[in-house]
Design a protein. Structure first.
Ligand code: RP5
Length: 155
C-alpha cells in the first residue's frame, strides 16, 4: 500500500487472506515517497515467489499502475477512499490504464480490498486444488449465512 494510512482499508484484504489461509506480506511502498523501493519491489517480486500483487493507494494513486509497469505479475488495484474526493480520485487514477499494462481495478474502500483478496485467491486457485476447495467453502458459507439470516423486522 502507498501509505500506513491505507492500512485501515487494506487490512480487510489481509484479514480475508488470513481467513483463507493464503500466505501474504503487507508492505508500505509509495510510488511518490519511495519510488526506488517501488521499482525494486516490483522487479524482484516474481523472483521472491510472489504470484499476485494487491496494490492499494489513495488520492493520486499511481502505485498500482507503476507497479504493473515494472512486473508482469497480476496486479490488483484497490482505490482507497480519500478524504478530499471520497476515492473518486483514487479510482480514476487506477482504472484508466493504457492498453498494454493491465491493472485489475476493484471497488473503492473495504469492498475493494476484500474482493482483491478473493480475486487474488481465485487466481492462485486456478493451479491449486486445495485453495479452490477453500474458496468454494467460503462462498458456500457466505450463501448459507444470507439464507439463514433472521427475518427482517421494522426498525
Ligand atoms: C497515497 O496518498 C497513499 O496511498 C494514501 O492513500 C494517500 C495519503 O497518504 P498519507 O498522506 O496519509 O500518508 O500515496
Amino acid at each position: 500500500m502507498g501509505s500506513r494510512s491505507d492500512w485501515e482499508t487494506m487490512a480487510h484484504a489481509a484479514q480475508t487472506l488470513e481467513d483463507l489461509n493464503v500466505p501474504y506480506e503487507a508492505r508500505v511502498v509509495s510510488a511518490h515517497r519511495t519510488p526506488d523501493l517501488l521499482f525494486d519491489y516490483a522487479e524482484k517480486a516474481r523472483g521472491r515467489g510472489i504470484r499476485v500483487i494487491i496494490a492499494g493507494a489513495g488520492g493520486a494513486a499511481h502505485l498500482p499502475g507503476m507497479c504493473a509497469a515494472k512486473t508482469a505479475l497480476p496486479v490488483l488495484g484497490v482505490p482507497v477512499q480519500s478524504k478530499a474526493l471520497s476515492g473518486h480520485d483514487s479510482l480514476l487514477s487506477i482504472v484508466q490504464m493504457p492498453a498494454g499494462i493491465p491493472v485489475g481495478t476493484l471497488a473503492i474502500g473495504k469492498a475493494g480490498a476484500t474482493n482483491a483478496a478473493l480475486l487474488a485467491t481465485a487466481i492462485l486457485a486456478t493451479t491449486d486444488k486445495r485453495l479452490a476447495a477453500r474458496l468454494d467453502k467460503f462462498r458456500r458459507e457466505q450463501t448459507e449465512r444470507v439464507l439463514n439470516d433472521e427475518p427482517l423486522k421494522l426498525p
